[in-house]
Design a protein around this ligand. Structure first.
Ligand code: NAD
Length: 341
């Protein structure tokens, strides 16, 4: 039997446990996975590109569990009432190769992406980070905000989206948080004075939303939306000024803000494992070039699997009486009678 975590199951679980606690537990689970970096069999994700989007498979394994996420990125989807990103996850037992969990992963991806942003902020953003500029108030945005607020003493959020309806939705969803929400008319206005800049737009193009002129010493940039070849958010001219942190360099060189460049980077596990500090000094500008790495999904799926041991199980793998007699499971009940078997 395979455990199944569908959307209602995840909704009930997160509401019961509380969003802040879920985000904090996920950040810790992801941190623990990065600390075990050498134990994972890693590869860049497999991407199938279309003119209007991408569909990706993201496998990773340690000695016990194999995880794989199916995820798309279709920036035009919201115009037709669909989400830009939708995902499903599978967790399997390495010993037998049998799947143990099939899970919805659209909500879980938003949670884990936010938890990862927050985890990097834990190591790289200045401890006194009080203002966050959030560019792009789509599906990921509230999760990003709350996760970062878990890690740093945020008081003010300055936010901007090209779509006023998205800004209204964001302000409504976070109205009850103890945060000063400042809607802005432009990216420049949002970023001015912010300690941490988080960018999560969805345009399949090379964009220059954040420019060198907007940088301030000590700033931390969390660049979430540039996650595909030909899809970036930052002016490449700002890269030399930044201390760039990536998840897994071979994948980020293909998909991230650094795609097609040779800018030096640090893989995040080096920081988690204490091989260098996250922030080298108060004035350095740290940039998390986030693309989303399978290790984070492995951590999230294993964490969820452990939390929801009472979830429904479904019959997805045939349980043949004789493992070599799969045929018996499909043959008609009368089959073989005429031959006298
Ligand atoms: P979404 O479509 O729900 O939201 C994107 C928002 O960006 C929209 O509200 C849109 O109006 C806004 N936008 C577009 N251009 C803009 C601009 N120039 N200035 C300001 N706002 C602008 O998408 P989402 O699910 O929130 O995802 C956001 C991005 O994050 C996508 O590109 C997605 O691929 C990426 N993503 C990355 C990870 C990761 O691990 N790095 C994980 C999930 C999603």
């Amino acid at each position: 039997m395979v455990r199944l975590i569908d959307v209602p199951t995840l909704q009930r679980f997160v509401r019961r446990r509380g969003m802040e606690r879920v985000l904090a537990e996920l950040a810790d689970a992801i941190e623990a996975a990065y600390a075990r970096w050498e134990e994972f069999d890693k590869s860049p994700r497999h991407a199938t590109h279309f003119d209007h989007g991408v569909i990706e498979l993201m496998p990773v394994a340690d000695a016990h569990r194999y995880a794989c996420k199916y995820v798309n990125g279709h920036p035009g989807n919201p115009k037709g009432g669909r989400m830009t990103v939708a995902a499903l996850g599978i967790l399997a037992d390495v010993d037998s190769g049998y799947p143990v969990l099939v899970s919805e992963m659209t909500l879980l991806t938003a949670l884990r992406t936010a938890a990862m942003s927050a985890l990097v902020a834990r190591y790289c953003a200045r401890p006194d980070t009080a203002s966050l500029a959030l560019i792009g108030t789509g599906a990921q945005s509230e999760f990003q905000t709350l996760a970062i607020a878990n890690e740093r003493p945020l008081r003010q959020i300055r936010f901007y989206d090209v779509d006023p309806a998205a800004m209204e939705k964001y302000a409504f969803n976070l109205a009850e948080q103890n945060l000063e929400l400042v809607p802005c008319d432009s990216i420049e206005q949002a970023v001015a004075g912010a300690d941490l800049v988080s960018v999560a737009t969805a345009i399949k193009d090379r964009q220059s939303l954040i420019t060198p002129a907007m940088l301030r010493p000590g700033m931390h940039i969390n660049a979430v939306g540039g996650d595909c070849p030909g899809k970036t958010e930052l002016d490449p001219a700002l890269l030399p000024a930044c201390d760039i942190i990536v998840e897994y360099e071979p994948q980020t060189r293909i998909e991230g803000e650094i795609q097609g460049t040779e800018h030096p980077v640090t893989e995040f596990h080096e920081i988690v494992r204490g091989r260098r500090a996250g922030r080298l000094d108060d004035s350095s500008i740290t940039l998390f070039d986030s693309v989303g790495f399978a290790l984070e999904d492995h951590a999230a799926l294993n964490w969820l699997y452990a939390q929801l041991s009472d979830a429904t199980e479904v019959d997805l793998i045939p349980d043949a009486h004789d493992p070599r007699d799969l045929f018996a499971m499909l043959k008609p009940p009368t089959f073989g009678r005429a031959a006298g078997f």
